[in-house]
Structures are given as structure tokens and as C-alpha cells.
Design a binder for this molecule. Structure first.
Ligand code: 3HC
Ligand code: NAI
Length: 705
């Protein structure tokens, strides 16, 4: 084997009569400009050299090619463009084989589809996930995938962004041959030689209609997908454009289809949704980069204990069992632990009922679960997560007990939503081991995990918490101690803004509709009804004594709770839920309560448009977010963004509240807050950080670096 030519990111080696093209651009071989240039040069060499009879493209490291270099989007494009690279590969005069191991995603799969033959190794992950970045496959993917896979399978792959393995790829027509080997180079060379021996022809996908040959059937499939997508895409920009591109694949010659795809791709690149979604992609990877990670290795853990088997304790137990951990659950008494165990089993029984789990698999998982009422049984666990009632005294008693029984070095975590974790840590002899792990309900489903860092905690306890999040496949966000941490603290503020809007003239139904129109799955009053109005009511009563008497207080929710209307579980709350309905109907009696409260306060109701509602709602969210960052409760604005996208249903395509504010212009957001402050200076007090950034002409993004 002799080295013939190499750039640093694309290496070329001649192996007998095969030119081996290795993409080596860690960590995931993204198709940056240098890789594109290297692939172009490789094809030139393949064509020019009589010694080359076939070409094999492989990726070095863990991926084949994970796609276009996402960091280049939004910057001036650099030649050669990816569609041209793909066309050049397809036009090569020698057979080209793509060897897929690991991720072949987006532009990576488009490169593979441009090759004449595709070999896939066991760990292959094939997909066109551009839609999740607000894009569409823009290097011929919308034209080649339907020819190879048929309209339905190809369009579903593009609309879902899902990945498929080698076997499914073979069944779908995307893969020519699966290979059991582990060495992509050896497998690729062997396949290329096999093809040469057979005299296998060049097979450019663009040259034939392939699975688009039956136009009428393809059109019928696409019509059905268009109707479905129009219903489901909820304001997203790129899904319908994907459908349009597939239509072009049906109607136009390949080259024309490719041109159409390019115009649609560029429109997506220019859309704010692309900016929001790509911000979310990188932000989710940044939140794990915390100061403690530099110095402190996580502590080892395999056995854990969960204290409390209620809503949260059971959900966390499922999450831990699914992560392969050994779990002991502790409850107060025999009856409570039986309920706790039933709560856990209910989740797995639900999966069995849906055909997604077997009885044997459930039994195997539950073999790692021990229910108990005796704290002494958890003396040897490595990590404890407490999820008992939200009551400081109850939690303190539990932590004293944990301090007594747990081995030295065990991590002691609390799932409290609001309480002072420093105070909880202080009742133990080991505050350095105490941390907050704030899961969200349902804990086995929700992705967000706020890792709340009290003053005295040791750095390796923080990194252990991040390691737990990784094992549980959660999105971790580092938060400081304050009332409500990042998420619930900001939520409390914008919920208050919603209450003010309601008392000032917008109905709860108009507010919910405006919030849904912005892209949230639910409005704030629907959320209250879902969570149970009694929970917020209890918190308000608890805080009544410490509330600033000058602060505006809206009593409408209290009036509703006084009727016993706690939301879905009682059949009515802000909405009516006749016969257990899950979608509520507006309730005239609630509107009468709202009217009565307005009259009592002497408020003359005024109309608000959806836009006016959202300006206040978002201004409150962003202002509190800026306070949370300014006080160091969140490390960076992106941590606030990830919290809201992963835990509070914030529309991902808007990138999170801080990204949204950057896109509006911080000066505009501050001007709104200052205007609203004329009505209520106490509530609408501008965050000092927001004022500072505006004064310096900077944005939140400048703090993310
Ligand atoms: N461009 C630039 N950087 C990328 C990247 C890409 N396409 N994909 C991943 N990275 C970076 C990540 O930001 C991360 O950087 P960091 O270490 O500095 O934080 C690093 O690579 C490793 O990524 P992960 O932490 O996500 O590693 P995993 O092993 O968990 O996952 C992966 C690997 C499955 C490839 C995952 O990174 C992924 O899904 N990447 C995005 C794939 C994608 O969306 N491709 C389509 C791009 S758009 C396109 O191709 C347009 C075309 O049609 C024209
Ligand atoms: P829950 O009332 O459903 O469960 C609490 C459980 O703790 C009960 O089963 C109770 O028997 C048990 N328990 C009480 N004292 C105990 C003790 N000394 N030893 C062992 N077990 C004991 O409450 P839920 O909703 O699960 O909340 C638990 C914690 O999680 C609270 O701190 C809450 O703030 C927090 N949380 C709740 C969320 C939610 O949406 N429900 C979301 C995030 C956090």
C-alpha cells in the first residue's frame, strides 16, 4: 500500500487497483470545505489514473460522515458546494463504493447515495435528519432517496429525521449489501474487488427513475403524505418544502429537480427556524460543559436508592432501571411501598400492553429493583435520590437518616422543586456530598434534568450527577440554588404576567391560544389544569406571609380552587372536561369569576391581540431569564434556552427564550419592558444584565462563548 496524495482531512491511498478515500475530520467527519475539496480531488485522481479501477470511500473513527458541517450554515458559502461534490462522485468513471459504519447522516448519506454501491457494517446509522435543523436534504437527497427507496419510505425518512440500521437500509433499497465485519477498510476493499470481478457497471442513481417508475402510485403516496404533513407540521417551515422537492423529483428531469431542491434548501437556510434549531442543537451539547468537568472525575456508581415511590420516585426509578442501575426504593410503610412498586410496574405494564415490551424483559429489569421500608438496607448504595413530599422538615428528617446509614462518599441528592438545598445539606455531616437532581414529570419521559449545585458540594459530586444524566439519556443543565432554580423560577414570573393579562382583559382562553400560536404545545392555563390547580394554590398559601404587600396579586386562580375546581382530575378547572375529556372546553362560569374579580379590583377590561399577549409573556420570560443568568443561577443564556426547550415545551424552532430575544433585538425587548414598567414598576423591573448588554450593543449569544 503506497501513499499517493493526501490532504489532512481526506487521505488517498492506492491499494492494488482500488483507490481508498478516507475521510478523517474528527469528531464526526462533517463535510467542511476542506473535506469537500478533498473528495473532489479524489475523484479527479480516480478518473485520471489508469491504475485505479474502483474507488472506496470510508470514514475514519466512529462515523462514516455525519453530514454537512453545521457550523458553516449562516456564513458565506465556500466552494465546492456539496451538491456538486455529490454529482462529481456519481459522475466518476470508475465504480465508487461507500462503506458505511456508524453515522451516515444528512450530507453523509447523500455522499453515499451518489456512490454507485453502498456497503453497510453492523453499527451503520442511516438518516436524513436535516428537518430537525430546519433544513431539507440539500445535496441531491430529495431527488436520489425517492429513486432508491420509493416516495413513501424516502419522504418518511426525511420528514421524521429518524435513523435506520443496515438491515432496514437493505430492505429499503438504500443499502446494496450488509457486511458483518468490523473493519470498514477491509470490508470495502473486498466488496470493491468482488464488484470488479463481476464486471459490475457504474450505477448513477440520477440516470434512471428507479422506484419512481410507477408515477401514478408515487403521486398517490405523495398526496397522502402532503395532506398528513400539512396537518402535523404545526408552523414548521421545512417539512412541506421536503414534499415540494419530492414532487419535483416526480415531475422534473434530475438536473432540474436538483436546481429546485437548491432553491428550497437556501430558503430554509435563510429562515429563522434554521437559526433557532441549530442553536438548540449546539446548546444541548454545550450544557454538559461545566467548570467542574475540568478537574473532577465522576465517582463510580452502580447501586442507587430512591426515597419515595410517588409520582416522581417511581418515574426516577424507571429511568434508573432503564439505565441499567440497581435500585432500592424506600417508602414509609408497607402500604406505601406496595403503591410505589405498583407505580413502577404500571409503566412497564403499559409498554407490554402496547406490545413494546415482553413479560420476560420486564422480569429481567425488575430483578434489579428492591422495594423496602428499611433505611438500613441502603447502607452500601453509591447514590441516593430523595423524592418525598415537598416539605423542608420532612426532607431534613430523611437526610438525617441518610447521613446515619449511607456509606462514606455516597452521593445524596434531592429532587426538590423549590426548597433550599443548602439548608437540606446543612442537616448532614457531609454537605460536600449533597446535590439537587431536579427531574421533571413524568421523570421516565421528560428529558430535562436540572443539576442544582449548592454552596458546599464537591466538584466530583457535580460531575457524578452529569454522568448519571448521561447514563439516563437526560439533557442536564447546571443550576444554582434559588427559589425554583432556573425553570420554575422563570415559569413563576411569566405565569404571573399571564395572570395580569387575564385580569387586565384577555381571557384565559385567548392567552392559551396566543401561546399555542407561538408554538408551545399548551398554554399556561391548560398546564395548570393538567398539573392540578391545588399544587400552585398550596404554594401561594405557603408564600402568602412573605409576599411583598406592594406586589400585585391576582386572585382569580384562588377563587377557582375555592370551588374545588383543580383541573383535569376534578373534571373542571380553567376549562371544563366533561366525561374525563382531555381537551378542555371554555367555561362561562370561569369567565364570570374573572369578570367579578376585575370588577372587584376596579379594572376596566381592555382587549389584547395575540401579538400583544406574546410580547408581555415573552418579555417576562426573557427578563427573568436575564436575572437568572446575571445572578449566576444559570451558567450561560444557552442553559436557560435548553431548560425551556427540554422541560417546558418551549418551541424548539425558536431556539429558546434567550435566542428568541437575540433574534428580536435586545433593545426592542428592553423597550417593551420599560414601557410595561409604566403600569407596574415593581414587576417589570428590567434585569441589570439586559440593560448592560443593550448599553454595550451586545446580545445574549456573546455570553455563550
Ligand atoms: N457539523 C458540525 N459539528 C458536528 C456535526 C455536524 N454535522 N455533528 C456533530 N458535530 C459535533 C458536535 O457539535 C460535537 O461537538 P463538541 O464535541 O464540540 O460538542 C461533536 O461533533 C460530537 O457530537 P455528539 O456529541 O453529538 O456525538 P455523538 O456521538 O453523541 O453523536 C452524531 C454523533 C449522531 C453524528 C450527532 O452528532 C448528530 O446527530 N449530528 C448531526 C447530524 C446531522 O444533523 N447531520 C445533517 C447535517 S445538515 C446536512 O447534512 C445538510 C445537507 O443535506 C446539505
Ligand atoms: P408524591 O406525593 O406523589 O410522592 C411522595 C412520596 O414520598 C409518597 O409516596 C410518600 O409516601 C413518600 N414519603 C413521604 N415521606 C417519606 C419518608 N420519610 N420516607 C420515605 N418515603 C416517604 O410526590 P411527588 O409529586 O412524587 O413529589 C416528590 C418530590 O418531587 C417533591 O419534592 C416535589 O416537589 C418534587 N417534584 C415533583 C414534580 C411533580 O410534577 N410532581 C416535578 C419535579 C419535582
Amino acid at each position: 500500500m503506497t501513499a499517493q496524495a493526501s490532504t489532512s482531512v481526506v487521505e488517498l491511498r492506492q491499494d492494488g487497483d482500488v483507490l481508498l478515500v478516507s475521510v478523517n475530520n474528527p469528531p464526526v467527519n462533517a463535510l467542511g470545505a476542506a473535506v469537500r475539496q478533498g473528495l473532489m480531488a479524489a475523484m479527479e485522481q480516480a478518473d485520471a489514473s489508469a491504475a485505479v479501477k474502483a474507488v472506496v470511500i470510508v470514514g475514519e473513527g466512529k462515523a462514516f460522515i455525519a453530514g454537512a458541517d453545521i457550523r458553516e450554515f449562516g456564513k458565506p458559502p465556500v466552494q465546492p458546494f456539496l451538491p456538486d461534490v455529490c454529482n462529481r462522485i456519481e459522475a466518476c468513471s470508475k465504480p465508487v463504493v461507500a462503506v458505511i459504519h456508524g453515522a451516515a447522516l444528512g450530507g453523509g448519506l447523500e455522499i453515499a447515495m451518489s456512490a454507485h454501491y453502498r456497503l453497510a457494517l453492523p453499527g451503520a446509522k442511516l438518516g436524513l435528519p436535516e428537518v430537525s435543523l430546519g433544513l431539507l436534504p440539500g445535496a441531491g437527497g430529495t431527488q436520489r432517496a425517492p429513486r432508491l427507496m420509493g416516495v413513501k419510505a424516502a419522504t418518511e425518512l426525511m420528514l421524521s429525521g429518524q435513523q435506520i440500521g443496515a438491515k432496514a437500509g437493505l430492505a429499503a433499497g438504500l443499502v446494496d449489501k450488509p457486511d458483518d465485519g468490523t473493519d470498514p477498510v477491509a470490508a470495502g476493499l473486498a466488496y470493491a474487488r468482488e464488484l470488479l470481478a463481476q464486471g459490475a457497471p457504474l450505477r448513477p442513481v440520477s440516470a434512471t427513475p428507479g422506484r419512481l417508475a410507477d408515477k401514478a402510485a408515487a403521486q398517490a403516496e405523495l398526496d397522502a403524505l402532503r395532506a398528513d404533513t400539512a396537518k402535523k407540521s404545526r408552523g414548521l417551515f421545512s417539512p412541506l418544502k421536503i414534499i415540494d422537492c419530492v414532487q419535483a423529483a416526480l415531475d422534473l428531469p434530475f438536473a432540474e429537480g436538483l436546481k429546485f431542491e437548491r432553491t428550497q434548501f437556501l430558503a430554509c437556510i435563510d429562515s429563522p427556524q434554521r437559526a433557532g434549531l441549530i442553536h438548540a442543537f449546539f446548546a444541548e451539547r454545550e450544557t454538559a460543559k461545566i467548570p467542574e468537568a475540568r478537574a473532577a472525575q465522576p465517582r463510580a456508581f452502580s447501586k442507587i436508592a430512591i426515597i419515595g415511590g410517588g409520582t416522581m420516585g417511581a418515574g426516577i426509578t424507571v429511568s434508573a432501571l432503564d439505565a441499567g442501575l440497581v435500585v432500592t426504593m424506600i417508602e414509609r410503610d408497607a402500604e406505601s411501598i406496595a403503591r410505589g412498586q405498583a407505580n413502577v410496574e404500571k409503566v412497564y405494564n403499559g409498554l407490554i400492553a402496547k406490545g413494546r415490551m415482553s413479560e420476560e424483559a420486564k422480569a429481567a429489569i425488575l430483578a434489579r429493583y428492591t422495594p423496602s421500608t428499611r433505611y438500613d438496607e441502603i447502607a452500601d448504595v453509591d447514590l441516593v435520590i430523595e423524592a418525598v413530599f415537598e416539605d423542608l422538615e420532612v426532607k431534613k428528617a430523611v437526610f438525617k437518616e441518610l447521613d446515619r446509614v449511607c456509606k462514606s462518599g455516597a452521593v445524596l441528592a434531592t429532587n426538590t422543586s423549590y426548597l433550599d438545598i443548602d439548608a437540606i445539606a446543612a442537616v448532614t455531616s457531609r454537605p460536600q456530598d449533597v446535590i439537587g437532581l431536579h427531574f421533571f414529570s413524568p421523570a421516565n419521559i421528560m428529558k430535562l434534568l436540572e443539576i442544582v449545585v449548592p454552596a458546599k458540594v464537591a466538584p466530583d459530586v457535580v460531575t457524578t450527577a452529569f454522568e448519571l444524566a448521561r447514563k439516563m439519556k437526560k439533557v442536564p443543565v447546571r443550576a444554582g440554588v434559588c427559589d425554583g432554580f432556573i425553570g420554575n423560577r422563570i415559569l413563576a414570573t411569566y405565569k404571573q404576567a399571564a395572570d395580569y393579562l387575564m385580569e387586565d382583559g384577555a381571557s384565559p382562553y385567548e392567552i392559551d391560544e396566543a401561546v399555542r400560536g407561538f408554538g408551545f404545545a399548551m398554554g399556561p392555563f391548560q398546564v395548570t389544569d393538567l398539573a392540578g390547580g391545588d399544587i400552585g394554590w398550596a404554594t401561594r398559601k405557603r408564600r402568602a406571609a412573605t409576599r411583598d404587600p406592594k406586589a400585585r396579586y391576582v386572585e382569580i386562580a384562588d377563587r377557582i380552587c375555592e370551588q374545588g375546581w383543580f383541573g383535569q382530575k376534578t373534571g373542571r378547572g380553567f376549562y371544563l372536561y366533561p366525561q374525563g375529556a382531555r381537551i378542555g372546553q371554555p367555561d362561562p362560569e370561569v369567565l364570570a369569576i374573572v369578570d367579578a374579580e376585575r370588577a372587584k379590583k376596579g379594572v376596566t377590561p381592555r382587549p389584547f391581540t395575540a401579538e400583544e399577549i406574546m410580547r408581555r409573556y415573552m418579555a417576562a420570560m426573557v427578563n427573568e431569564g436575564a436575572k437568572v443568568v446575571g445572578e449566576g443561577i444559570a451558567l450561560r443564556p444557552l442553559d436557560v434556552d435548553v431548560t425551556f426547550i427540554s422541560g417546558y415545551g418551549f418551541p424548539r424552532h425558536r431556539g429558546g427564550p434567550m435566542k428568541w430575544a437575540d433574534m428580536q433585538g435586545l433593545d426592542k425587548v428592553l423597550a417593551d419592558i420599560e414601557a410595561f414598567a409604566k403600569e407596574d414598576a415593581l414587576f417589570w423591573k428590567p434585569a441589570p444584565l439586559l440593560q448592560k448588554l443593550v448599553a454595550e450593543g451586545k446580545n445574549f449569544e456573546s455570553l455563550n462563548k
